[in-house]
Design a protein around this ligand. Structure first.
Ligand code: ATP
Length: 493
């Protein structure tokens, strides 16, 4: 209303000056330029921002039972939330409310899911946004958006007659990075300052209790002010799931899918070491798509196993390598597989020369039970498997190819790990101050030793390589069982 009155008075004044004979052209030009700027700013969402309010109309239907494999994270989170739920007790005892919870962990592990479940658990409205939504090149816009975010959360809670609101900020490291690092302007710092001001302003007796849940996988990048008591002082680690966790997540994503009798979820969980919840969700989906492409009404184990390859390596490629290249790829992969089987019987899950993603062919191993500590022997065995592809090429085809580049990089990294962890002949060393020639000699020493062992072994079983290559070239892929039935008399343990 005030705005309209001001505008009317302004217009009347300009008209009066015009009638009185003053030159009012500059006033028109300034008003026009201001109007254009205002329109542009508005159309680009600089002045107002619609945060993700969709889930606010109803309580999010996601609960903690929809989050698999994160039992520790869930119980830590619940502990903090239980504390918030008991408002009367908090006020009575004069306890400072928890204002922020930081979820840290790799992408796709369920941080957003946990935040939604937390909103449901505390009967709060849920407002979600991402750190990148606050970053604009214009000064003050980010800070304005932070103010608006908190205001939106509070008004929505009031509209829905809720006592609390949960604000979820994904990728908080974008908005909450260490201050003073962006030298070009202070926009980032102002935005972060505003977030700190809002959090400091949150009181126990506020009509709407606000809880900020933020997610990041770069907690080291965050400004220390964000992490101090009274702000994000509760940290919940959301890690990649272990085997039992993967099984739980698979059960959740398979519950609405028609599974054939041959599907063994435990085996799929075993094959998917290192997969996040998002990978497992994608695997369930891809398995169903493969079954649909074959016109089936049920999803079989083979579909899921192929989906593991797809999620891990990427889509199958139409590109057909030449006959010579195919043979080389086959020799290379058989080399890897023979060494893998020799070191760990039963470890080959599949060998194929079907190109997928970046790879022309690949050998998939059955992962071992989840292990987090490795001995020198284990790491050396890994190096042997990595080197075996190119050494097989050398023995059978008389030379190596560029196909082994990645294998070598990984082998060198693994050898570096042996040195870094004090497991080499150098003993415990600081790799940063280790003279380059010493490091070089230690690295090549480790690699050459393993190379020798691989060459001896493959030399002994050379005949079987040709036989397997022939089968691979006609059948394109060999399953682990078939591989073992063909090689069992050559590999004696
Ligand atoms: P980012 O860090 O990339 O934002 P995030 O950790 O927030 O990822 P979510 O967005 O919660 O991950 O997960 C993406 C999808 O992956 C979910 O919608 C869900 O389908 C699946 N998912 C991830 N983790 C889990 C889990 N622990 N249990 C069940 N499903 C999961």
């Amino acid at each position: 209303m005030l705005k309209e009155v001001g505008l009317g008075i302004g217009l009347a004044l300009v008209l009066f000056l015009g009638v009185a004979g003053y030159d009012i052209t500059p006033v028109f030009i300034i008003a026009l330029a201001g109007g254009v700027l205002f329109y542009l700013a508005r159309s680009r969402g600089m002045l107002t921002k619609n945060f993700n309010t969709a889930p606010m109309t109803a309580r999010p239907s996601i609960g903690f039972s929809d989050v698999g494999g994160q039992n520790t994270a869930i119980s830590e989170l619940k502990e903090a939330l239980d504390f918030i739920k008991d408002q009367e007790m908090i006020i009575k005892l004069g306890i400072r409310p928890i204002k922020g919870i930081l979820l840290t962990g790799p992408p796709g592990t369920g941080k957003t899911l946990l935040a939604k479940a937390a909103a449901g658990y505390t009967d709060s409205v849920f407002v979600a946004c991402s750190g990148s939504e606050f970053i604009e090149m214009y000064a003050g816009v980010g800070a304005q958006r932070v103010r608006q975010l908190f205001k939106t959360a509070r008004t929505n809670a009031q509209k829905q007659k809720k006592r609390s609101a949960l604000i979820f900020i994904d990728e908080i490291d974008i908005l909450g990075g260490k201050r003073g690092q962006n030298t070009s302007h202070h926009e980032y710092d102002q935005t972060l300052n505003q977030l700190l001001v809002e959090m400091d302003g949150m009181k126990t007796n506020d009509r709407v209790q606000v809880l900020v849940v933020a997610a990041t996988n770069r907690v080291d990048m965050l400004d220390p002010a964000l992490l101090r008591p009274g702000r994000f002082d509760r940290h919940v680690k959301v890690d990649l799931p272990d085997k039992t966790g993967r099984l739980e997540i698979l059960r959740l994503h398979f519950r609405n899918k028609p599974l054939a009798d041959d599907v063994i979820l435990e085996d799929i969980a075993k094959e998917t070491f290192g997969f996040s919840g998002a990978h497992l969700e994608s695997l369930a989906n891809e398995g169903a798509i493969l079954a649909m492409r074959e016109g089936r009404t049920e999803i079989k184990q083979v579909h899921f196993l192929e989906a593991v390859d797809k999620v891990m390596m990427g889509e199958k490629l139409d590109r057909r390598p030449s006959k010579d290249e195919l043979e080389r790829v086959a020799v290379h992969e058989v080399g890897h597989a023979l060494l893998s089987e020799n070191i760990r019987p039963g470890s080959v899950s599949m060998v194929t020369i079907t190109p997928r993603g970046q790879a022309l062919g690949y050998m998939r191993q059955v992962p071992e039970d989840d292990t987090y500590l490795h001995t020198r022997e284990y790491l050396e065995n890994q190096i042997q498997v990595l080197l075996a592809g190119s050494i097989a090429e050398e023995l059978i085809l008389g030379g190596r190819s560029t196909g082994a580049g990645n294998d070598f990089e990984q082998a060198v990294r693994t050898a570096g790990q042996i040195i870094r962890c004090g497991m080499s002949e150098l003993g415990v060393v600081d790799p940063d101050i280790l003279p380059a020639d010493l490091r070089y000699r230690a690295l090549t020493g480790i690699i050459k030793n393993q190379e020798k062992k691989v060459r001896e072994f493959l030399g002994r079983v050379g005949g079987v390589i040709n036989q397997m290559v022939h089968i691979l070239l006609t059948e394109e892929k060999i399953s682990g069982e078939y591989f073992r039935s063909l090689t069992k008399k050559h590999i004696v343990h």
